[in-house]
Design a protein around this ligand. Sequence first.
Ligand SMILES: Cc1cc2nc3c(=O)[nH]c(=O)nc-3n(C[C@H](O)[C@H](O)[C@H](O)COP(=O)(O)OP(=O)(O)OC[C@H]3O[C@@H](n4cnc5c(N)ncnc54)[C@H](O)[C@@H]3O)c2cc1C
Length: 366
Amino acid sequence: MGNADEYDVAIIGLGPAGATLARLLDPRLRVLALDRKDGGAGSFRKPCGGLLAPDAQRCLARLGLVLPQGVLASPQIFSVRTIDLALGLERHYQRFYLNLDRHRLDRWLESLIPATVEVHEGVSCTAVAPYGGGHEIHYVEGGVERIAQARFLVGADGARSRVRRSVFPGHRISSYLAVQQWFEDQNPRPFYSCLFDCRLTDCYAWGLSKDGRFILGGAYPQRTAREAQATLVGRVAAWGFALGEPLGTEACEVLSPAHPWQLCPGAGNCCLLGEAAGFISPSSLEGLSYAFESAMALATALNAGLEGAAARYRRATWGLRARLALKMLKREVIMRQLPRRVVMGLGVASIERWGRAPHGGGSRPG
Ligand SMILES: Cc1cc2nc3c(=O)[nH]c(=O)nc-3n(C[C@H](O)[C@H](O)[C@H](O)COP(=O)(O)OP(=O)(O)OC[C@H]3O[C@@H](n4cnc5c(N)ncnc54)[C@H](O)[C@@H]3O)c2cc1C
């Protein structure tokens, strides 16, 4: 394309999904990639648990990537302490997650983007609008508004995707407000915990030791999120969690698709990737594997030609969307108290901690 501001593909958002796509696109395509993060201390950081699940590890293996040590956090934890605070039950289950520093993961993935892609960091996409056969992208860079045009637009801009809201304005995806607080970790042994409390949320909460800090967070209904988090802090402290002073609080929307038709891969000359498309597990809120997998699918579709790419991408993500539909059903079971009471009460698939009471039970707060 001749004009300096015209591109074949524009990618909005360079989280795990957008950065992976940018890395995999055919170098003959003229690609613009925008992200509001930059390397600075005050840069946007995605609130995240930073746990890399086996499905995401498999994606990295498919991509031929090995994690540099600098991305790993400390320590690595092999079990999850699952607690139902309302039922007063605690069990331990084996898990195979890698404990990562999420911001360093994002920066590392961005560092792999080849020089053939025109990357603009620290810029915010403010609007997208149709023009001719493509899209016009408005963004602010260094306080100056700029406009670019692209034949194909990719929204990889996360849960509150501006691209999704602009190009598919009627589309709704169920969501929660995720609130995470960072504490000085004062627990005698680091651990990872999955917390249920039906009095606070019909989703779940989590606690995780990471690099000398302890993250305590939860996904709550939007209106009650802040109070619910404050109540959670008190309840886990009563359960025996040793939390020091809170060092910081972060919050963001997290999607939890409730029906298969809430997923939004895109159409025409605009596709959505990762969480922007609603590709996140509603049962665990695990999203990194879907970000990587959808990026691989769209790269394959776009590298075969821009014409018909959206249809090829929809076909290629059929299996991913079917798996998410199964997770929606799973969520209906595991987020309910009765099945959880049965499974945790019987200790199905739980591990016995050596030297602990066989039921692994924690102390019930009074
Ligand atoms: C609290 C919390 C904990 C989580 N924990 C885990 C976990 O432990 N493991 C796991 O697998 N998943 C976890 N998830 C889910 C996971 O974080 C997401 O599914 C994943 O980040 C999706 O990747 P993405 O690339 O699609 O979007 P994102 O990671 O959200 O990236 C979007 C990118 O777009 C950029 N952007 C957004 N808007 C604009 C704009 N207007 N202009 C320019 N740039 C823009 C942002 O800077 C960002 O870099 C968690 C989510 C939350 C909220």
